[in-house]
Design a protein around this ligand. Structure first.
Ligand code: CU
Length: 118
């Protein structure tokens, strides 16, 4: 039996199983607008650091002038709310160790924040 081939498969299986429970995701509150503001809070407190894991970004987008985009390890410029929508949308993502930024595309230089994941 070729155990060198089996071990990576088992490791991949273990990762998939541990990622399954959706109820384990912590909800974070994203807000864009109504002015030139963007933020991520948890229980009313600004989020600047998190432990790696599964998080649901619930984003309230109050204007059609802004969007909410998340970028970081494993999350490539994911648009959670779009530019021409006043909406509330949720997206669950797995955050890995590293730095994530959230931003509004047309106003990225002034409308952005970062979250350090450890
Ligand atoms: Cu904007």
């Amino acid at each position: 039996m070729n155990t060198r081939r089996l071990i990576p498969l088992l490791a991949a299986g273990a990762l998939a199983i541990s990622a399954v429970p959706a109820s384990a995701a912590t909800t974070l509150d994203g807000l864009v607008g109504p002015g030139f503001n963007i933020s991520v809070t948890q229980g009313g407190k600004k989020v600047t650091s998190l432990k790696a894991g599964s998080y649901t970004f619930k984003v309230v987008d109050k204007t059609n002038a802004h969007n909410f985009v998340l970028n970081g390890p494993g999350v490539k410029d994911k648009e959670i709310t779009g530019l021409s929508a006043v909406t509330t949308k949720s997206m669950t993502v797995t955050l890995k160790k590293g730095t994530y930024i959230f931003y509004c595309t047309p106003h990225k230089s002034s409308m952005q924040g970062s979250i350090k994941v450890t």
